[in-house]
Design a binder for this molecule. Sequence first.
Ligand SMILES: *[C@@H]1O[C@H](CO)[C@@H](O)[C@H](O)[C@H]1NC(C)=O
Ligand SMILES: *[C@@H]1O[C@H](CO)[C@@H](O)[C@H](O)[C@H]1NC(C)=O
Length: 411
Amino acid sequence: MFKLVSLALTLVALASAQDSTTSWQTGATQGPTPSTPPPTPGGSNVDRECGGDLTNLWLDVVVVVDNSKGMTNEGITEIAANIVTVFGNGTRIGNQYSDPRSTRLGLVTYNGRSTIVADLNLLQSIDDLYQSVFSTLNQVSNSDDSFLAKGIGAAENVLQSGRTNGVRSNYKRLVVVYASAYKGEGELDPIPVADRLKSSGVVVSTVAFDQDGDEALLAGLTNIASPNYAFTSKDLNLVGELQGAALQTNCFCPNLWTQYKSNFDDENSYKYGVCIRPATISSSWTAAKFACQNLAKNGFLAAEYDGQKHNFLFRVAQNNTAFQAPYIYHIGLSYVNGGWNWQQPAGYPLKPMSGYSKWNPSYPKSFTSNIGVVEQQFSSDLTVGWQNINAYSVAEYYMCEVASCDTDKYC
Ligand SMILES: *[C@@H]1O[C@H](CO)[C@@H](O)[C@H](O)[C@H]1NC(C)=O
Ligand SMILES: *[C@@H]1O[C@H](CO)[C@@H](O)[C@H](O)[C@H]1NC(C)=O
């Protein structure tokens, strides 16, 4: 292990020492700070972020590496160092751990044809990963052909056969492609297979091995990658970008729950570690509070810490046909212990309301018994605001919230 690690570190160091002379950077000098797209302005960012602990990453990953001549020996060696740096810092490789949060990693190379170096079950430790990556990616093949379709096609096979009999069907899947060329028409067109993967929920990230700013390569790979996940070897923080892609892929909501994003209408906007579910059975505020706690472990009546979250919940209601104007639903705000407080998972202290508020005109009213808060459409213009109501007698729909599945939470 130490031998391999120091070999890798030497290679990483070598690669960074050469940063000034080559276009390729492993990003190791920048440190592997996972980078995710910044939240859209408007959110004060107090909602839970997706888990960011690479030690607890739980994914099925296939890494696809172009080893045609165009990649060059130097380039492929740097890719090897990049791969082990991204997935080799504490991530449990394989599936033989008592903690289910582990990452299986398959490896495919391609040129005119593809080779499956490791299926999803071969690599069972970080040592295996180093061994396999550095013994395979030490020199390019003698082929000039670089057919991306072959590489991604093999990745699809690896993912399929690694899942027989429903093995790890709850794990998200990520394909990372390192390519030096974009070619292919007809049978060699990589788009159909990439589209098939993405529409079945696989996230695809690409790294263009970009020697001289080949724009056709970049443009081509952008069509292959999932939105925001087309990177280049020139990116200063490539390690962080790939780790960020892995962490965001690992962050998702169970069925029937909608993931909180910076923009409801943009599926690819920044994802928070928060899941929302509208409950369309009328209940009192107090009943809704307990119902959310029972709907999911650690569930609670949803919080609105800022305008971005407020708007998101409203869009969730608007997009649900069970709701009709005027829109009204309970949220997790109530008057307790002498102040307005937000619900939290059962057992956690309530969070005092601070900063943001969205009371309708003339609210809050005297709150002797009116201690629960609904979101209510106040006027004919399509906005909603807060109104305090009797927490035992006013029955409305409600919004529940729970933490997402991610590196902090296996589900
Ligand atoms: C590995 O992870 C630790 C803790 O998460 C971090 O402090 C360290 O810089 C990382 N090292 C490398 C080489 O990625
Ligand atoms: C809006 O509702 C439709 C129909 O239920 C659903 O398919 C779609 O995913 C929803 N949109 C969002 C952004 O959740």
